[in-house]
Design a protein around this ligand. Structure first.
Ligand code: T3D
Length: 258
């Protein structure tokens, strides 16, 4: 169905795989369109309660396909507004948990794709490069917002200005990612995490995701108001009723994502 990505449903988990391995899964406008379409379709599918984003072959994503520059001048502002930005928006606004399973090198906008996911697990041989500076560009695709929020301003500036490659354990130590696992176990471990998230109250997780993002840009007073509002929404879900019943009945809850 798609040209540049694969979309698979495994029980209640959607797996999106960037699939241009010969180009290290570098992004094209087709890939942008297909990613937005796939993410939105997973968002609309009630049977899907968690998503994994990964890459095929030896890379996660090498950022923009630089071969495209051979085809003539690029309107970068338009390319970002129509291409990358909607992908980052789709990932961060999907009210379901998204796990990045970083299987190899992530460069430029490829790092931003991982950062826009809610949990990042990387193979022990994965690496992260703010490659923009090496080609005279600035971090984009949300990197100037996402990167300092993960690692702090000083480290974000260092990574962006020098453009040095960071290995997986260094990325974990900085807080860029959550966990490093042996390469061969990456997908099974990412799927296990995703299945675990998919068994939790999906509506509550979606609401907390929205609140965390909104909270990054608001005052404490606004956050307090927002929490009161979304708690009201969460309290109206069947999963909340089930959580309370299970607690009182001293059993494990069975959440259905509703
Ligand atoms: O244009 C806009 O819309 C603006 C948006 C910009 C967003 C951005 O992401 S800008 C940043 C773009 N990305 C880069 O600058 C990264 C370029 N790639 C690299 O720095 C390195 O390839 C890597 C660090 C990612 C991996 O290094 P390594 O040594 O493991 O692999 P390699 O040998 O460099 O690459 C292997 C092949 O993949 C090679 O092709 P070949 O020689 O085997 O035919 C290489 O050309 C190709 N490749 C790697 N990255 C890209 C790519 N082809 C097209 N675009 C790439 N980004």
């Amino acid at each position: 169905m798609y040209e540049t990505i694969l979309l698979e449903h495994r029980q209640s988990v959607g797996i999106v795989t960037l699939n241009r391995p010969d180009k290290l899964n570098a992004c094209t406008s087709t890939m942008h369109r297909e990613l937005v379409d796939a993410i939105e379709s997973l968002g609309q599918d009630d049977a899907i309660r968690a998503v994994v984003l990964t890459g095929s072959g030896r890379a996660f994503c090498a950022g923009q396909d630089l071969g495209v520059t051979k085809q003539g001048p690029i309107d970068y502002e338009m390319a970002l507004k129509r291409g990358y930005n909607p992908v980052i928006h789709a990932l961060t606004h999907l009210e379901k948990p998204v796990i990045a399973a970083v299987n190899g090198v992530a460069a430029g906008a490829g790092v931003a794709l991982a950062l826009a996911c809610d949990y990042k697990v990387a193979a022990d041989d994965a690496s992260f490069v703010q490659a923009f500076v090496q080609i005279g560009l600035v971090p984009d695709s949300g990197s100037t917002w996402l990167l300092p929020r993960h690692v702090g301003l000083a480290k974000a500036m260092e990574l962006a200005m020098f453009g040095d490659k960071l290995d997986a354990s260094g990325a974990e130590a900085l807080g860029l990612i959550n966990r490093v696992v042996p390469h061969d176990t990456l997908l099974p471990q990412a799927l296990e995490l995703a299945q675990r998230l998919a068994s939790l109250p999906t509506r509550a997780i979606g609401l907390m995701k929205r609140a965390f993002y909104d909270g990054l840009e608001s005052s404490l007073a606004d956050a307090l108001d927002r929490e009161a509002h979304i708690q009201q929404l969460a309290s109206q879900t069947a999963d909340h009723q089930e959580g309370i019943r299970a607690f009182l009945e001293k059993r494990r809850p069975t959440f259905r994502g509703m």
